[in-house]
Design a protein around this ligand. Structure first.
Ligand code: 5GP
Length: 202
């Protein structure tokens, strides 16, 4: 009766807020989404697979992609460079599929400026105290790196009003945060502008 247009879902928020976990669960449970695998110059962490979690590239290869205008958006995040490939997003959207981006706040603002129609979601921590505990608990960052991320988080949270939706990911309440994300996604699938009803001739 009607065909439907996919959505570009942008999930963003400060480092350590739990975006990755929420996005992973959405991808596992909702087959209508594909993940846009970003390019990064950082080294893989144990268990990360090239082409699945990221396309891990050298600084030179990254520069080459920049020169080719291959990125939809790109940003320096902490001490590394990250970019969303146009090829990851456009091919899927053209097929009517939905795409989810897990990107930092600068990148998200760039995507929002370019694609007004994107569904932007800001994830807030329960509190700054909770965010700090999570960053420290990950044990992957040195203390000065934790401080840097906390400073960035203060600045990033100021951008929250520019997003279409906001959800709070409180420590120990991941199911509630996921339920909010699902509610956003399900409502957005039903936006009138996503439908193309087929009206038969008389
Ligand atoms: P991590 O190195 O911990 O995987 O990611 C660090 C940060 O970079 C996270 O906030 C993540 O969302 C962000 N990020 C990952 N890929 C991209 C990307 O393609 N563009 C931008 N702007 N940020 C990204």
């Amino acid at each position: 009766m009607a065909s439907q247009k996919g959505m570009l879902l942008v999930v963003s928020g400060p480092a350590g807020v739990g975006k990755g976990t929420l996005v992973k669960r959405l991808l596992e449970e909702d087959g209508s989404f594909g993940f846009s695998v970003s390019v990064t110059t950082r080294a893989p962490r144990p268990g990360e697979v090239d082409g699945v979690h990221y396309h891990f590239v050298t600084e030179e290869a990254y520069d080459e992609l920049l020169a080719q205008d291959a990125f939809l958006e790109h940003a320096q995040v902490h001490s590394h460079r990250y970019g969303t490939l146009k090829s990851e997003v456009f091919s899927r959207m053209e097929r009517g599929e939905s795409v989810v981006l897990d990107i930092d706040v600068q990148g998200a603002l760039n995507v929002m400026a370019r694609f007004e129609d994107c569904v932007s979601v800001f994830i807030l921590p329960g509190s700054f105290r909770e965010l700090r505990a999570r960053l420290e608990g990950r044990g992957t960052e040195q203390p000065e790196e934790v401080e840097r991320r906390m400073r960035n988080a203060r600045r990033e949270v100021l951008e929250q009003p520019r997003y279409r939706y906001t959800l709070v990911n409180r420590t120990g309440e991941a199911d509630a945060a996921y339920a909010s994300l699902k509610a956003i996604v399900e409502a957005e699938k039903l936006r009138s502008t996503r439908f193309f009803p087929e009206v038969p001739e008389d």
